[in-house]
Design a protein around this ligand. Structure first.
Ligand SMILES: Cc1cc2nc3c(=O)[nH]c(=O)nc-3n(C[C@H](O)[C@H](O)[C@H](O)COP(=O)(O)OP(=O)(O)OC[C@H]3O[C@@H](n4cnc5c(N)ncnc54)[C@H](O)[C@@H]3O)c2cc1C
Length: 547
């Protein structure tokens, strides 16, 4: 991404604002105080439904977590300290523990049981692009593995500090790259530091009446660089697009130097390098700045829920919307099981069939008209309008689910998610295959399983499927989930789904990447990596399939 002087007259430079939320808990999502204990009656009911004997699974005390000793030798420590300053090179156990992995259920199970291995040998906090560049040159020369770390919300092992066989591994926490670098109010673009978390980005943009409109469930902690590195998708993707659609340009530090990609609104100058770097998950370089498209803060939000007799008719309705010119900003459709479970959790009477929630954001003048056109499409597809209340309930509770997962884990119940996407023609067979694979892998003497699903991202040619699974933890919860995840991933690949729609690849989806890319596709990625990262120090063991 180039800093074009032609945009300078409109560029607004802001002071370096801290804006960083506190670290998340080492064993849970966010602030563990938010994960309330499960009421005994509710726990009995869930155990009965799951046919599981549940036992408490409290986390060990932090002092009892086993961390491998730091392997950083005095020469490396001195070199990092000279580069960043001593206060930005941490080798203490508390910093290494928080950076020992992401937030998948497997990550949480391991840490709750007292295992934080692997852990980074040091956590480094560079201040800007140049420091990141110099660190990468040093790590490449010294053969030290580097793991970029944004918010650490990866659920696929993306931030696991694997050393790739090198002498040491360091985690690069990018929180100090936290500025709104520039804002072009004519072109409606903003350049944001990679370490900016979403609430901070939105607060800085709101001062100018602007918004990014990217709201994944992890938005409180996830960062701009992390979104670009993983091709994230937010809850209002129908209107605002996926994060990659918002990215206008990128500045990336690599062991070989700086790569600037993108800038102009469109180009025919060969393959789009911006697209190559978006989704590269820290394996090709460290994203330090992202230029994004921004929009005016919506004047009005209109919500409407709908019910459909069954999932198939709801899917048809969402397809009709996605293929029409007039679309909502947010569209989600729960299957029968999720519709029932959501109503039960919310203490509401369940509507029969499936529930869809739609949201419209925009100007006063256009939102109502758009909602009216969409209403006709929903009615023609057999939907019954339920009014705005169910959507209001979803909006109130939508960011609480990660805390519920922690509550359930402490009570001996696994609740985990996985996702995929496919064309409209393949969607329902894929849905049935994944539900079958998960229940087949999990239903046993130890427990039954509840598998529910929703569509939350729609496109003209297809949609995503997001599965939530609840099952008793059993005697070996990690092995139990591993079995289920493998069965689901095999079913996804066999039924023409993508191995991931928005969670990214990391370590967990890597075994299925050869099937996703084909042999030549894998070779292309390996060739690009060896051009940018000749010694392979960047995020080893992630994303790129082995030869
Ligand atoms: C409860 C929960 C809900 C979630 N909901 C959603 C959702 O709705 N939509 C969605 O898309 N995802 C979701 N996720 C997944 C996750 O939040 C996203 O993948 C997010 O984009 C990660 O951002 P992060 O800043 O936390 O990145 P991290 O977790 O820190 O890193 C993710 C990957 O990107 C790399 N990386 C990070 N920053 C950089 C950088 N600056 N340069 C190069 N590489 C980098 C890391 O090395 C790693 O491989 C959810 C996760 C959780 C735990």
């Amino acid at each position: 991404m180039t800093h074009d002087p032609r945009t300078e007259p409109n560029a607004v430079s802001l002071a370096d604002t801290a804006g960083t939320a506190p670290d998340m808990s080492w064993f849970a999502w966010g602030d563990p105080a938010e994960a309330k204990e499960l009421e005994p009656g509710l726990r009995d009911l869930i155990s009965q439904v799951l046919r599981a004997r549940t036992e408490d699974m409290p986390p060990v005390a932090e002092a009892d977590v086993v961390l491998p000793a730091s392997r950083l030798d005095s020469g490396l420590l001195k070199a990092f300290t000279e580069l960043l300053g001593a206060e930005h090179v941490l080798v203490d156990d508390a910093a290494r523990l928080i950076h020992s992995g992401g937030k998948s259920t497997q990550d949480l199970l391991a840490r709750r049981a007292g295992q934080a291995s692997p852990a980074p040998d040091a956590v480094l906090y560079p201040a800007d692009h140049d420091e990141v560049g110099r660190l990468l040159e040093l790590c490449s020369a010294e053969r030290v593995a580097v793991v970029p770390f944004g918010g650490g919300t990866s659920v696929v092992g993306g931030v696991s500090p694997l050393d790739g066989g090198f002498q040491a591994v360091v985690t690069l926490d990018l929180r100090r790259l936290n500025r709104l670098v520039s804002l072009d109010t004519t072109s409606l673009t903003a350049v944001l530091g990679a370490g900016v978390r979403t609430p901070h980005a939105e607060a800085m943009l709101a001062e100018h009446g602007l918004t990014l409109g990217h709201m994944p469930q992890s938005y409180e902690y996830a960062t701009i660089g992390g979104y670009a590195a993983t091709r994230s998708s937010g809850q209002a993707s129908a209107g605002y697009g996926r994060f990659e659609d918002m990215v206008v340009g990128l500045r990336v530090a690599t062991p070989r130097g700086t790569l600037d990609a993108g800038g102009p609104p469109a180009s025919a100058a060969g393959p789009d390098l911006r697209r190559l770097l978006v989704g590269s998950e820290g394996t090709l370089g460290v994203i330090t700045e992202v230029a994004v498209r921004v929009r005016p803060v919506p004047e009005r939000v209109v919500d409407e829920a709908w019910s459909f007799p069954d999932y198939a008719s709801g899917v048809d309705a969402l397809r009709a919307l996605a293929q029409s010119d007039t679309r909502p900003t947010m569209a989600r459709l729960s299957d029968e099981t999720e519709t029932f479970v959501n109503a039960a959790i919310g203490g509401r009477e369940a509507v029969p069939g499936c529930q869809a929630v739609l949201g419209f954001e925009g100007t006063d003048a256009e939102v109502g008209a758009r909602a009216a056109v969409v209403r006709k499409v929903m009615e023609a597809a057999g939907g019954t309008a339920l009014g705005p209340d169910p959507v209001a309930h979803w909006r109130e509770t939508r960011f609480h689910a990660p805390y519920l997962r922690d509550t359930l884990l402490s009570a001996g119940i696994l609740a985990e998610t996985l996702e995929t996407a496919a064309s409209w023609s393949d969607l329902l067979p894929l849905y049935a295959a994944v539900v079958g694979a998960l229940t087949g892998a999990l239903e046993d003497d130890e427990s039954g399983a509840v598998v529910q699903c929703h569509i939350s991202h729609t496109y003209a040619t297809g949609a995503s499927l997001y599965f939530t699974v609840a099952t008793g933890a059993g005697t070996d919860p990690a092995a139990r989930w591993d079995r289920a995840k493998r069965a689901a991933s095999d079913a996804i690949v066999a039924n023409r789904g993508t191995i991931t729609h928005h969670h990214a690849v990391g370590t967990d989806h890597r075994p299925w990447m050869a099937a996703e890319l084909g042999p030549l596709g894998g070779e292309v990625l390996r060739a690009v990596k060896s051009a940018l990262d000749p010694h392979g120090v960047l995020n080893p063991g992630k994303l790129i399939p082995e030869a």
